[in-house]
Write a protein that binds this ligand. Sequence first.
Ligand code: ACO
Length: 173
Amino acid sequence: MPLTPDSQLDLLFPAELISDDVRSQLHPDLHMRPLASTDYKRGHLNVLSVLTIVSDPGEPAWVAQFNAIRALPKTYYTIVIIDRATDMIVAVGTVFIERKFLRGLASVGHIEDIAVDKRQQGKKLGLRIIQALTAISEKTGCYKTILNCSNENIPFYEKCGYKTKENEMAKYA
Ligand code: ACO
């Protein structure tokens, strides 16, 4: 199935927020856009499964989650890269905007859930996703953009211009 144009999709946020500069560096067979309400069918959960355990809630529950996320204005920005020939997702990533009371009511961008389909890894798709998400974070006024990752992924994020700072701590329920 060929690429569905953005104009026929119900998108999570306005596509104009995605940097033209980053888009222009993608291979012409690929297209970057915001997550759409029909992306359950385009393999969204499949791509995320390279990152961690993903259980399939079924399409209605997926769409309910999409609508709940979209109801939070200017907070969640999930972008996908689509293979134009198949209209399927090959890479995904999110930046979540946290509003603070400190630093003059500043905001911080949190990069989350970056995943590239195994067959497409090593082709700069992860880099393009990080560049696009960082640009959204900066465009929306965040004074910094941060993320947590494994030691194995540190070289990748360094290639994307990120530096190690402090420690991550976690407590699982
Ligand atoms: N170790 C060393 N260098 C790396 C690694 C690595 N693990 N991964 C990528 N790089 C380098 C590449 O060689 C490339 O360097 P170059 O510019 O010198 O050629 C540069 O980083 C950019 O790499 P990309 O091709 O953009 O990487 P890719 O598209 O494969 O995406 C990613 C990297 C996202 C880690 C991907 O491999 C993936 O999906 N892995 C599984 C899921 C995962 O670990 N996601 C990140 C979790 S952390 C988070 O979500 C905040």
